[in-house]
Ligand binder design. Structure first.
Ligand code: SF4
Ligand code: SF4
Length: 383
């Protein structure tokens, strides 16, 4: 609870904030030492990068997304967050694509190892969508949920401030409603914004969020405001570009490991790994040692890897998954089936990125649908 003048702010409350006051929120975060990361336009897409001013946001822009297709388009209004997720996810800030773990320097006959000790950046994420909050919760389980905690991830994760934005627009490839991961933001964010035509409705998620919002003039939200928010979320859920029947998915995929559809999709899949790079939950990485030419110094680097590369499963003289069929099947069944066995959750949050950014337009919702339609259990029943 934070009291300031006549106002007392606590988690669970909702407040009305004029849209231009979002700049004051950004300024307050910067005064607290945060680097604010949010959506902005670069190279024809909405990506995540540092935000200084409101004008950095893609105000008045939206996106058209379909399988293998992404275009920006002007909106007819000046909505701040009137677009769906782009090719970036927050994964890159929590689990960097390339990270130096340390350096080894030759020291007489041996080497002296110096681990990287750079302090983690203090990021405030602005504009985290419901599916992305779920994706961060999944990464938390992967990197911090078991006995072996990843110190790089934990240090970055503990330093972030989260401002969610609930979606009032669904993208053409979104299917979070089918996965139970949106568009309503789950708990976990410090503040949750919902954009209405004239104001933001700001829900307070944590004490930190209450303390930040106390710095910004705003008035209590009414029951009518809350009803409008709920109605907007229901409308967004109804307008999802995709659906996925998630009933009993692990069992469906496990009993169809030899389904002919895997061969069909492999005819189209380039095994480029784009789907894994854009996915907010794919976490695989490799570790490489890079030495200088004189052999005096080496650096150990951790970098994102993908189950679509042959080197990824290179074991005892050869890759385990040599065919595109084996690699696509591994990816899809891990996301939707064995992720449950490993982490107690789905590995997919229905963000649609892998569909939009697949260069040949492979759509996992279509692939699952095709397998379900010709499920080996059903076809053997019919025989
Ligand atoms: S499914 Fe698409 S994005 Fe993924 S590896 Fe195959 S071609 Fe690339
Ligand atoms: S598998 Fe595709 S739809 Fe699911 S979370 Fe990853 S990128 Fe998003």
């Amino acid at each position: 609870m934070v009291s300031l003048g006549s106002r007392t702010l606590t988690p669970g409350q909702a407040w009305r904030m004029e849209k231009t006051r979002l700049q004051e929120l950004l300024d307050a975060l910067r005064r607290q030492g945060y680097t604010v990361i949010g959506p902005r336009i670069r190279d024809g897409a909405i990506i995540y990068d540092e935000i200084q001013r409101l004008t950095d946001l893609p105000i008045g822009w939206t996106d058209e997304q379909e399988k293998g297709y992404y275009r920006l388009k002007r909106r007819e209004d000046e909505t701040f967050f009137g677009f769906a997720v782009g090719p970036h996810s927050w994964k890159q800030f929590l689990h960097p694509p390339i990270f130096s773990l340390g350096q080894a320097r030759r020291n007489g006959q041996g080497f002296e190892w110096t681990p990287s000790t750079d302090p983690p950046p203090r990021y405030a994420f602005l504009g985290v969508r419901a599916c992305e909050l779920h994706a961060i919760a999944i990464l938390d389980r992967v990197f911090m949920g078991g006995p072996y905690v990843d110190p790089v991830y934990r240090a970055r994760r503990e330093a972030i401030f989260l401002i969610a934005v609930q979606c009032t627009v669904a993208g053409g490839t979104c299917f979070c409603a089918s996965m139970g991961t949106g568009p309503k933001a789950p708990p976990g964010a410090d503040l949750v914004l919902t954009e209405l035509p004239d104001v933001f409705i700001v829900e307070i998620g944590t004490e930190r969020g209450a303390a930040l919002l106390a710095e910004i003039p705003c008035t209590p939200a009414t029951e009518a405001d809350r009803s409008v928010v709920e109605a907007r979320l229901e409308e967004t859920a109804r307008s999802m570009g995709r659906q996925l029947d998630a009933t009993d998915l692990p069992a469906l995929l496990y009993r169809n490991l030899e389904h002919p559809r895997w061969e069909e999709v492999a005819q189209r899949c380039l095994t480029c790994g784009n789907c894994t790079m854009v996915c907010p939950t794919c976490f695989c990485f490799t570790v490489e040692d890079v030495s200088d030419l004189a052999g005096a110094q080496a650096e150990r680097v951790r970098r994102w890897d993908s189950c679509f590369t042959t080197a990824f499963t290179y074991t005892a003289g050869r890759p385990i998954r040599q065919s595109a069929k084996a690699r696509y099947r591994q990816w899809l069944t891990h996301k939707l089936a064995s992720w449950w066995d490993q982490f107690g959750t789905s590995g997919c949050v229905g963000c649609g990125r892998c569909i939009t950014w697949c260069p040949v337009g492979i759509d996992l919702t279509e692939e699952v649908h095709a397998i379900r339609q010709t499920d080996s259990a059903l076809t053997s029943e019919r025989r």
